[in-house]
Unconditional design. Structure first.
Length: 127
């Protein structure tokens, strides 16, 4: 199974807030699954650091992602094409692009955000 992590799930996983004991956590930890980490999430973390809304080191997240063998996902034309057709169910541009990536990559979106279920994707509820 392909899984794309939402930024909130990346942080949940990194901060070890009981993630490994949840159904979503078991899916993330299962080596049979392909776990994608978008550069969009790393970008969101950096922006939140810069405006003092988040205090976690980017390099720590990158080391965690590498240690967990998460596959880094850049932003491709096909993601932007999916974004063009995405309905506007919320105002978060990071969520929009992550959801478009999940669609284009045929990946389940692992998130703690209930609003994600309003989009045409498979959602794995975390936490």
């Amino acid at each position: 199974m392909r899984l794309l992590l939402d930024t909130n799930v990346l942080l949940w996983w990194a901060l070890d807030e009981g993630a490994e004991h949840s159904d979503a956590g078991r899916l993330i930890a299962d080596p049979a699954n392909e776990v994608l980490l978008s550069v969009v999430s790393l970008w969101e973390v950096v922006i939140k650091q810069r405006v003092a809304k988040l205090d976690i080191a980017l390099d720590a997240l990158v080391r965690l992602a590498d240690a967990q063998r998460f596959i880094r996902l850049g932003v491709e034309d096909r993601h932007l094409q999916a974004l063009v057709h995405l309905p506007f169910h919320d105002r978060d541009p990071f969520d929009h692009l992550l959801i478009a990536q999940a669609i284009a990559e045929d990946a389940a979106f692992v998130t703690r955000d209930r609003a994600a279920a309003r989009y045409p994707i498979i959602v794995v509820a975390a936490g």
